[in-house]
Design a binder for this molecule. Structure first.
Ligand SMILES: CN1c2c(nc(N)[nH]c2=O)NC[C@@H]1CNc1ccc(C(=O)N[C@@H](CCC(=O)N[C@@H](CCC(=O)N[C@@H](CCC(=O)O)C(=O)O)C(=O)O)C(=O)O)cc1
Ligand SMILES: N[C@@H](CCS)C(=O)O
Ligand SMILES: [Zn+2]
Length: 755
């Protein structure tokens, strides 16, 4: 019989129950309701998986905030500054690491591989000690076991844990392996003694390009963990193919290997010929990163190939990666057209699909029939109106190299813009959004529900824009923004206005902690039926003499943060988006908006995991941005903004965007970004973020002056802009007001010292 499993399930809950429980706890400090909700969600998800026909459920995939932070806590790899609080109030200490508090900075947060999920970066140092601390994987396994479920704890493996951490002293994290392994061994031993039969050790770093020392670290780590007193070990790899690390992965002394056969189906032949037959092959055949039903005509041949060479006794069927990146239940999406809904599989439907494939392999005729019906249904997608629009395809095909060009060089534009905008040195600005208050969200929810009419909703938004403009004027910011109050999300908002997109009611995906996004679905060719942002920007500009920045989300970011159709190459979808945005840029410019920001925070996230694929991606991604911004007049200042990733390694591509001003997140890492500019002289202007907007902490003027002074050791004064790390939508006005005031004062202080 073929077994089915999964590497992890979304934690947030079908109605974002975890989000609400977390936010209540952060507000009231009452832990009991949070812990009850967490337990209820875990159990509900196991039961749901079990009911979908899954034989082995995942445990310890749940986290109150983030699984990498959980791993650091599990092995006591926490910085000393949090220890007192962790000791007196473990939950408060945990959240202080995740999001900071009034006294303590949060740990850094960064992208989890090429996803829109953010993990907390553990902070390590040479001589770091590790020990097993409160065995969460075991506790959760006991919970599932008590429900009569066959469960497998999921734990981030030791090598990926170290590679994903940072050291504060510049030492090599892998040198800590010898110290870390005994703590993992202790974990395995405790699990085995409790009766756990399998553990999943996630080693996603195995799909990266690895140097010899890292490969050797895998050999050493897994060699040392090959012990009699241990559950069987499933080594899980995902987000791509193992490539040249396949022989290494197959040679490690583990009992099973999970491989991603969605992103890398081509690795199957080598996996089958390399993985010893007595090892379990966990075949990731359903896409864990997208929301489309699988194509049986693609999956079944893979399964046939596997079963031709090995017994189903040693075969598990699974999604390609954890389902953390998918929403939970497509059947809740009753407002979508029925045909579109029938194409979708969220986490729950993916598990049901797995059962169908397993039953088919086991000879069940009904399951086989259901899959052939699925194939027929998906084949009919092609004929659906809107999937293929000949005018959109023709416009993409007609694109010339000139479409990517501004009219003059950056240096020339800078002179023109200096005259046009008359800004002071070290100009101050913000990144776009102002606090999305409960009042705003509530008004939007009421409007959506039809209880507030268009006129009243519009009135709320106009009032908010006026308040934001007056506030910015009152503290003396130089380039203002309208505050984005009309946007539910910087991508979903555009998706809602573009043809070719659909949006869900409940398709939430965790982005970090309690914060979620509802990625729109690109199902057809993309076109802009009418301007999307112009009236808001024009209204804001009508209220003030200072320049107001128009605010757009760039094509790469819209692509990256949407669920993208699986029947057209991503670069083609991105070109369609770029053309739609280009029209918006021109309409803004014609509407009198002289500064336009095109946000590309996801440019780095989209970078393929393997170096060999970087150049091709960057080539089309940069081209798409330049098409969106291309053709604008020299006086129009184009800004771009990036956050949530480190951009140092793609700084040349960032420069190739040819933006006049780039703002980049950097305050959390205390301006590490600037190293990129030591050897690389960027001709445009740069605003390295000086205010960490992820934390409720209000930075002082002195701190921001210090960061700016650091920036001036690398950048010319004429190049430097002063801004926060990112938008302020997640902050309250209470912190925003003093923080921005201090930021403007910091800029003034420095201007005086430079004068
Ligand atoms: C910049 N970031 C973004 C990423 N990806 C995106 N797609 N968008 C981003 O902005 N990736 C990288 C980062 C990640 N950062 C964030 C930051 C903040 C959030 C966030 O705040 N998310 C919100 C949800 C935003 C949203 O869609 N809001 C809607 C719905 C609001 C809502 O929940 N309404 C209630 C009713 C309220 C009432 O009646 O009073 C409901 O529907 O139940 C809106 O504003 O209309 C979050 O709350 O998690 C995400 C990523
Ligand atoms: N303009 C957006 C960028 C977020 S990355 C904002 O300010 O929220
Ligand atoms: Zn940002």
């Amino acid at each position: 019989m073929t077994h089915t499993t999964y590497l992890g399930f979304p934690r947030i809950g079908r109605r974002r129950e975890l989000k609400r429980a977390l936010e209540n706890y952060w507000r009231d400090g009452d832990a009991a309701p949070l812990l009850d909700t967490a337990k209820e969600l875990r159990q509900r998800h196991w039961q749901l998986a079990h009911a979908a026909g899954i034989q082995i459920v995942a445990v310890n995939d749940f986290s109150l905030y983030d699984h990498v932070l959980d791993t650091a806590v599990l092995f006591d790899a926490v910085p000393d500054r949090y220890r007192a609080l962790l000791h007196s109030d473990p939950l408060a200490g945990y959240f202080a690491m995740a999001r900071g508090n009034r006294e303590l900075h949060a740990l850094e947060m960064t992208k989890w591989f090429d996803t829109n999920y953010h993990y907390i970066v553990p902070e390590l140092h040479a001589g770091q000690r590790f020990q097993l601390n409160a065995n969460k994987p075991l506790a959760e396994w006991l919970e599932a076991h008590a429900l009569g479920l066959h469960a497998r704890p999921v734990v981030l493996g030791p090598v990926s844990f170290l590679l994903l951490s940072k050291t504060i002293d510049g030492s090599d994290a892998l040198h800590l392996l010898d110290a870390l392994i005994p703590a993992y061994a202790e974990l395995l031993e405790q699990l085995a003694q409790a009766g756990v039969t399998w553990i999943q050790l996630d080693e996603p770093c195995l799909v990266q390009d690895l140097d010899a020392a890292t490969q050797q670290a895998y050999v050493a780590a897994y060699g040392a963990l090959a012990n009699d007193i241990s559950p069987k070990r499933l080594l899980a790899t995902y987000f791509g193919g193992l490539g040249e690390n396949l022989a290494l992965a197959a040679s490690l002394p583990v009992d099973g290997l999970h491989v991603d056969l969605v992103r890398a189906p081509e690795q199957l032949d080598t996996v089958l010929s390399t993985l010893p037959p007595h090892r379990v092959l966990s075949a990731g055949v359903i896409d864990g990163r997208n929301i489309w039903r699988s194509h049986p005509e693609q999956v079944l041949p893979l399964l046939d190939k596997i079963t031709a060479s090995r017994s189903t006794d040693h075969l598990w069927l699974a999604p390609s990666c954890s389902l953390l990146h998918a929403p939970i239940d497509a059947s809740q999406e009753t407002s979508l057209p029925a045909h579109l809904r029938s194409w979708l599989a969220f986490a729950q439907q993916k598990l049901e699909e797995l059962s169908l494939y397993a039953h088919t392999l086991d000879g069940n005729a009904q399951a086989k029939h259901a899959l052939s019906e699925q194939a027929a249904l998906l084949a009919a997608r092609k004929q659906t109106p809107g999937v293929h629009k000949s005018d959109v395809r023709a416009r993409v095909n007609a694109l010339s190299p000139q479409a990517t060009q501004r009219r003059s060089s950056l240096a020339h534009r800078r002179r023109v813009q200096t005259d046009a905008l008359s800004l002071p040195p070290l100009p101050t600005t913000t990144i776009g959004s102002f606090p999305q208050t409960e009042t705003l969200r509530h008004a939007r929810a009421e409007h959506r529900a039809g209880r507030v009419d268009d006129g009243a909703y519009e009135g709320v938004l106009r009032e908010e824009i006026e308040r934001v403009i007056r506030f910015q004027e009152s503290i003396g910011l130089d380039v203002l923004v309208h505050g984005e109050p009309e946007r539910n999300d910087m991508v979903e908002y555009f998706g809602e206005q573009l043809d070719g997109f659909a949006f869900t009611r409940h398709g939430w995906v965790q982005s970090y902690g309690s914060r979620c996004v509802k990625p729109p679905i690109i199902w057809g060719d993309v076109a802009r039926p009418q301007p999307m942002t112009v009236r808001w920007s024009r209204y804001a500009q009508s209220l003030t003499d200072k320049p107001v920045k128009g605010m757009l989300t760039g094509p790469v970011t819209v692509l990256q943060w949407s669920f993208v159709r699986d029947d057209l190459p991503r670069d083609q979808v991105c070109l369609q988006l770029a053309l739609a945005l280009r029209d918006e840029v021109h309409d803004l410019e014609n509407g009198g908006i002289g500064v336009i920001q095109i946000d590309e925070p996801a440019l780095r996230e989209g970078l393929p995991i393997r170096h060999a694929e970087h150049a091709a991606y960057l080539d089309w991604a940069v081209r798409c941005f330049r098409i969106a911004a291309g053709g604008t007049s020299d006086a129009t200042q184009i800004h771009t903004h990036m956050c949530y990733s480190e951009f140092n390694d793609i700084i040349e591509a960032v420069a190739a965007l040819d933006a006049d001003v780039i703002s980049i997140e950097s305050s959390r890492s205390r301006m590490e970004l600037l190293h990129a500019f030591e050897d690389f002289r960027y001709p445009g202007s740069i605003g390295p973020g000086v205010y960490d907007i992820h934390s409720p902490r209000v930075p002082s003027q002195a701190e921001m002056v210090d960061l700016l002074e650091r920036a001036l050791t690398v950048l010319e004064p004429g190049q430097l802009w002063v801004n926060p790390d990112c938008g302020l939508k997640t902050r309250g006005w209470k912190e925003t007001e003093p923080a921005l005031l201090a930021m403007v004062e910091a800029a003034k202080q420095l201007r005086q010292s430079l004068a």
